[in-house]
Write a protein that binds this ligand. Structure first.
Ligand code: KIV
Length: 271
């Protein structure tokens, strides 16, 4: 008898059902085939091809320089490694703001050329037209509110957002609007836990937090941060699950030593 090994894919409807059942959603970033394959095999629900690739893959200080072509390259590599997770791709800075036609073209390029399942855009009412146009083409949209790194030069710092009443009210109104427009989920980044709780309880779509506390419907972390690869980035909200910077460095040092001492390769490791 053959065993049915077919994997049930995570869809936006599955995420909605998870929220309804109170089952937390796990999301991690992915930028390449090998890592995506590992975290998908581990059972993560959503893989975000984040524009944080600009930081952790390309070494830029901000997320602003990464291009649409580069995002598509990362996204298509991730898609090839994934069997189960929903793959969401960030629209990069400059590919959707202020021009909804361009936004739709960018989203379509991502979907067509990478095979991903949804896109993510940063912002609320300011990008309403872009969201509506993308949704009207049948492309699922995830929102992103709170600390939105593409606006870092407007904020000036990466500190906690929406601590003041006025900004918290705007965030709540934006979240409601995104739900009404038809977004399937919203990432809320680095805001007080109390605000995340209020938003998650008042909306029916899943709220995924990063630095937003325990009351979100799900959590996302940058994979390189939680694996301890980005050694110098240690915000309060980050929990590290491995120390890969140190592990990889030690492995590289052992290899170098073996090569220098002519220990590698040995008799069994040659033809
Ligand atoms: O680009 C990214 O990695 C993100 C997460 C921080 C949510 O947007």
């Amino acid at each position: 008898m053959s065993v049915n090994k077919e994997v049930k894919r995570v869809t936006t409807h599955v995420l909605q059902a998870m929220k309804s059942k109170g089952e937390p959603i796990s999301m991690l970033t992915g930028y390449d085939f090998s890592m995506a394959r590992i975290i998908d095999d581990a059972g993560v629900d959503v893989i975000l091809v984040g524009d944080s690739a600009s930081n952790v893959m390309a070494g830029h200080e901000t997320t602003l320089p990464i291009t649409l072509d580069q995002m598509i390259y990362h996204a298509s590599s991730v898609v090839r490694g994934v069997k189960r997770a929903l793959v969401v791709v960030d629209l990069p800075f400059g590919s959707y703001q202020g021009n909804s036609r361009k936004a739709l073209e960018s989203a379509i390029r991502i979907m067509k050329e990478s095979g991903a399942h949804a896109v993510k855009l940063e912002g609320g009412i300011e990008i309403q037209e872009s969201i509506v146009r993308i949704l009207s083409a049948g492309v699922p949209v995830m929102g992103h509110l709170g600390l939105t790194p593409q606006s870092i030069y407007k904020f000036g710092t990466y500190t906690v957002r929406a601590k003041e009443e006025e900004e918290a009210e705007k965030l709540k109104a934006d979240a409601k609007l995104l739900e009404e427009l038809g977004c399937f989920s919203i990432v809320i980044e680095k805001v007080p836990a109390k605000l995340t709780k209020e938003v998650a309880e008042s909306l029916t779509i899943p709220i995924i937090g990063i630095g937003g506390g325990k009351h979100a419907d799900g959590q996302v972390l940058v994979t390189h941060d939680m694996l301890g690869i980005t050694k110098d980035f240690q915000p309060r909200f980050l929990r590290t699950y491995a120390e890969l910077y140190d592990n990889i460095k030690a492995a590289a040092q052992n290899y170098i030593q073996d090569v220098k001492s002519r220990d590698f390769p040995n008799e069994k490791e040659q033809y």
